[in-house]
Write a protein that binds this ligand. Structure first.
Ligand code: ADQ
Length: 750
């Protein structure tokens, strides 16, 4: 504390002292010059006065050639301590009379030409002197010149004294100003600190709410918002100490939810059965949502309701459209819902992916809204809601609704199962209220979502956007502090739950990083020291794949030595390929990769390797482990799980993550190289930095990110939501008991 206040004082004193020292440095020579001029003028006047006094005796003695008298006259005159010597020159320029002190080198001195103030200054070996001459005349006859020499060393002494006084004055001034400044600064600093403390106390303990001091007013709003976000952040991070695992989640479900039934609803199914020439094969879709929710379902069993989209899906279910999954260790039930091509077209491709997806992502693609799509969206939401109702084995199941495909479903389920706990998680960003306002069915969507007990978003920013949107378009009561919305007599808790991945278990048989590196390089005919970058995404225009390639191109322009030594592998899973926007995007990506490859190919090594195909998670891990750098450059992304998968894969604590600032993940993974994907130059520089980053720095960054992703894993994400659900169920339970007892009591009284 002491050191901090010394530091604070020095912050004021040091610049002040420097400025005053500079001032002193400039002022002292100036003062010196002035002092000399004043003294010279003074001596000029003294000399004239003295000459006038000596004139009369000289006029008397000179014609008599009374040298003794003249010398006595001169000796008397120099008894004045400042007059050093006197001499007299006759009109022929011969030094006739002089005191013994008269400097021989002066002879019959004549004034110097130049600065009138300084012409009388002469520097002699014994020191500086002031010399003045006066003509002695009698009745207009020139008798000669009187030369008076004054000692100037006393002026030098005085000048040195003046310097000392000035320096002392400035030092005192500096001290006084510093003291005053430091005292004032400390007083105001203390005022500020206590103001902020007051404000924090007022925020954290609403009952002790204090008036915000006026000077704090401009800060108050920001501090309050930060505290609220921090508070919600902490809430969403979970207050359960220790590690979250599948078993923790299972235990939580059994204890807090008393083994209540868990139903998941999502569009995408976790396992797709496909007919292939080799027979029926099972495929896992490339989807962040599936990756996360699957881990939860494995832990808590239950039923997952999803669209059966695979060509062999019908063949693999029982008569209730059920199939047990995962195929190798069945632990939960997948209930498939069948959609007609028209339903799929209108609900999924149309309203969800041409309307809501671009609406919520700011990626500069216009949303398309068609009434026919909306009708299918309503119809399909009802079909899934009916499936939930059929699958529910009690009147109060826990229903986990996934994503923007089912904005209307919570209200539809609530209408039939009012006691159900409905947790809706919105996996994509939520835009600001103006942007959302362009949706023609905005009120219906908000109303549908508010059928949920809990509504989750990835970040505080999306949560806040949602609250603002509801505030703008619906008649509700919003409690900003508690983040709840009261609508139609029902309460919805809106919170942020940043999604994550299941942390991989230690696997002694895992392929080593060296082996992964060798395998991928060998597979693509690259030498062992070839540098690799990796990108893994669905082939979606929000993922910033074009911008990523442009950054690679710029990198090679900046550093041509990397041509033929560096390759960026882009693994892109085909997605929504029947939509024009996605077809155009794919062809733009292909063309750009071709152009860059033509421009920079060296030998067999193209700078970009584009693999538009689905890969199994194990294969992706090998790519992650083999690469020097992973690029996630989404233009807008709710979270982005690829970033976290890359981190989880790097148990060697090497590799660099380049991460777009527009992903939810950037809020957590601060040690990544955070970039603005629209700024191509910045992307290229980040690549350059990543490829030359020392291993120590890589390790520091990776270690810290691994700790974070391991702790804040998908079990914590689900656990937090389920804990909140359990809390709210408990509250409802208590409330309905109180309600029941008061009704019984009222009946008895009647
Ligand atoms: P997505 O937009 O699908 O998810 P993301 O979170 O990156 O985005 O997840 C993609 C998943 O698909 C990852 O698990 C990845 O490994 C996998 N994947 C990608 N390409 C693949 C390929 N070629 N082959 C196989 N698998 C591939 C949405 C939101 C995100 C949010 C998630 C979860 O858009 O912001 O993080 O939901 O909430």
């Amino acid at each position: 504390m002491k050191f901090r206040s010394i530091g604070l004082s020095l912050r004021f004193i040091v610049p002040l002292a420097l400025v005053l020292a500079l001032f002193g440095y400039l002022v002292i020579p100036l003062m010196d010059n002035f002092t000399v001029r004043w003294f010279v003028r003074d001596l000029d006047m003294r000399s004239q006065l003295l000459a006038r006094t000596l004139q009369d005796p000289l006029v008397e003695y000179l014609p008599m050639r009374a040298s003794k008298r003249i010398e006595q006259l001169f000796d008397r005159a120099i008894q004045d301590e400042r007059l050093y010597a006197v001499g007299f020159c006759d009109p022929n320029g011969v030094l006739r009379y002089k005191t013994a002190t008269y400097p021989a080198s002066l002879g019959c001195w004549h004034p110097l030409v130049g600065d009138p103030e300084k012409k009388s200054l002469v520097r002699l070996p014994q020191g500086p002197v002031h010399v003045a001459e006066s003509e002695i005349t009698q009745d207009g006859v020139d008798l000669g010149r009187l030369i008076l020499v004054h000692d100037m060393s006393f002026i030098e002494r005085r000048s040195a004294d003046t310097k000392k006084y000035i320096l002392g004055f400035f030092a005192l001034l500096a001290l006084a100003i510093s003291l005053i400044t430091v005292v004032i600064a400390h007083l105001s600093w203390r005022g500020w600190i206590s103001g902020v403390k007051e404000m924090l106390r007022g925020e954290l303990m609403p009952r002790a709410k204090a008036e915000t001091p006026p000077e704090m007013q401009p800060l108050a709003g920001d501090v309050r918002q930060m505290l609220r976000d921090y508070h919600l952040d902490r809430q969403s991070e979970g207050n359960t100490g220790g590690e979250w695992t599948g078993d923790t989640l299972k235990a939580l479900l059994q204890q807090d939810l008393a083994g209540d039934q868990v139903l998941v609803v999502s569009n995408r199914e976790p396992y797709i059965h496909e007919l292939t020439p080799r027979g029926i094969e099972v495929r896992r879709p490339a989807s962040g949502l599936v990756t996360a929710v699957e881990a939860v379902m494995r832990a808590c069993s239950g039923t997952w309701i999803a669209h059966g989209a695979g060509s062999a899906d019908h063949q693999t279910v029982d008569r209730h459209a059920h199939v047990r999954v995962p195929p190798d260790h069945p632990s939960y039930t997948l209930r498939r819902v069948w959609l007609s091509p028209d339903e799929e077209q209108g609900y999924y491709y149309g309203f969800a992916n041409e309307g809501l997806w671009p609406l919520c992502h700011i990626a500069h693609v216009r949303p398309v809204f068609r009434s026919s799509d909306w009708e299918q969206y309503v119809k399909v939401n009802q079909r899934f809601a009916d499936a939930v109702i059929v699958e529910a084995t009690s009147d109060n199941p826990v229903v986990l609704v996934q994503d923007y495909h089912f904005a209307l479903l919570p209200r539809m389920v609530r209408a039939v199962l009012p006691k159900a706990t409905i947790i809706t998680f919105w996996h994509i960003p939520w835009p600001n209220s103006e942007s959302f306002g362009i949706c023609p069915w905005r009120e219906e969507i908000l109303d549908g979502m508010l059928g949920s007990t809990i509504l989750g978003f990835h970040t505080p920013f999306h949560r806040k956007n949602f609250l603002d949107t509801v505030d703008r378009y619906l008649e509700t009561r919003i409690e900003q502090e508690a983040s709840t919305i009261s609508y139609g007599g029902q309460l919805t808790q809106v919170a942020q739950y940043p999604i994550s991945i299941a942390w991989p278990e230690d696997n002694p048989d895992a392929i080593s990083v060296d082996e992964c590196r060798a395998r991928i390089r060998e597979m693509h005919g690259m030498p062992p020291d070839h540098l690799l970058g990796i990108g893994v995404d669905r082939l979606d225009y929000t993922k910033g794949i074009i911008e990523r390639f442009q950054a690679v191109e710029r990198l090679l322009e900046l550093d041509p030595s990397l041509i033929g030594r560096f390759t960026f592998i882009q693994i892109a899973a085909p997605t929504r390929s029947s939509l024009d926007e996605y077809q155009n995007f794919e062809s733009r990506v292909r063309k750009l990769a071709e152009r860059i490859n033509q421009r920079f190919s060296a030998g067999n090594h193209a700078p970009i390797l584009l693999k538009i195909e689905h890969h199994e998670q194990d294969q992706l891990t090998v790519y992650f482990r083999a690469s020097e750098v992973c690029m996630v450059t989404s233009l807008h992304d709710g979270m982005n799980l690829v970033a976290k998968e890359f981190i989880a894969a790097r148990d060697d604590e090497k590799g660099v993550l380049i991460l777009s600032q527009f992903t939810g993940a950037a809020r957590e993974l601060h040690e990544a190289l955070i970039v603005n994907p629209y700024h191509i130059e910045q992307g290229a520089e980040a690549l350059q930095k990543a490829l030359s980053m020392p291993p120590v720095e890589q390790r520091e960054r990776m270690r810290s990110m691994r700790r974070r992703v391991k702790d804040f894993n998908v079990y914590r994400w689900a656990g937090r939501m389920l804990q909140d659900a359990a809390r709210l169920r408990q509250r409802d339970h208590v409330m309905s008991k109180i309600d029941f007892h008061s009704r019984v009591a009222a009946r008895r009284r009647a």
